[in-house]
Design a binder for this molecule. Sequence first.
Ligand code: FHN
Length: 439
Amino acid sequence: MKKRTCITILLFLNLYLALGQTGYTPSPENLENRVWFQDAKFGLFIHWGVYSILGDGEWVMQQQKIKTDRYELLPSFFNPQDFDAEELVRLAKAAGMKYITITTKHHDGFAMYDSKVSDYNIVDDTPYGKDIFRMLEEACKKEGIKLFAYYSQLDWHHPDYYPRGKTGQDLGRPESGNWQDYLLYQNAQIKELAENYDIAGFWFDGYWDQNDLKKAGKPYEDFDLEETYKIIHGVNSGLLIGNNHHLAPIAGEDFQMFEKDLPGKNTAGFSEGSQIGNLPLETCETINHSWGFNLQDGNHKSAKELIQYLIKAAGNNANFLLNIGPMPNGAIQQEHKERLKELGAWLNANGESIYDTRGGEYQKDTMVSTQKGKVLYLHILDKNFNSISIPQFKNKIKQVVYFSDATPLNYSLKNGKLSFEIDSDHQNDVDTIIKIILK
Ligand code: FHN
């Protein structure tokens, strides 16, 4: 284990025990994996299911109120002949991504892996008949990319997901069911994923479906997260668990995610209750506006927007999990492939200022900072922002250079105030990086 990792783990452990979640002590392997996670910075989110056939996103069952017996027709024409796991993993790797998180089961309840718990899965229930999660696992191993399993605790198909939460009403299921039997089913699927696939962790979703009822003072059911997390860490204590419950971290979790917002913000409305905890952080976002494939959604964010989101995430000490939604044939939309290639090109040139760094203390809309040891990277995200002044700059400076060509920069540091001008030749429309080597 690298010396730096040991120190980081000890820091984590102290911080954890001081502020942390009672009742759960992460194993040394888990702490080491958290350091890896924080160093990784960038991952690929994949939302893919039989819903892609309808080309109307991953909520189509709910939004079009498709009864379960009608929705169950979809797998019979799911045959993604153009799916190429190795090509997809190489696309992620070339984009500079270090891990992939894919939906093994979304809210529609259909398993995109070879589940032995339910035949309602891609191997047993489609003409395609292949385990895409296994194919991705093998391709990830080959390319040195880690694989995470997204799993929805919310289930619009299973008859025992009863009482219903905020969603999944009127989908043709009997108005009855045994919640404990659903938890047994859900935990059996989660356990088989942990035991049968070489994964790095779990990305849970859907907790909010019941919790929103609780917040509204209505009858709800509890997911008993402690039991699920114990099962996972009982299989492998090193597995990293995150839960998109939109709350502060809960005991047993190993990273905290934010949806469509930087940590601490709530512009998209998903982060109302999720104050920043003391776990590794991640924010997730779409390239267009849809997680699952949406034929009508051609509103693709520019490469500049996505690169700057990655930089702001790193500046806020968070990873960026960027989503694609494969089409029903298994292919990736051209625009999404192009964006990933542009992110990869930027990281190829500037990755030193992102990978293995931690969020800096200077965060504004137009400027964030990342830091690695004695090197501070200032990211100036607005080309017109060329006269920089940082009051209360606490560090002693050895040298200030432009990251792009190592040209020294004249600066003044008087009474703790650091100021300098950026010359027009070095201004960059996406990110002007100033490298400050500290004493
Ligand atoms: O309802 C899901 C949605 O389909 C998607 O999976 C996102 C990804 O973060 N999570 C939920 C919405 O918060």
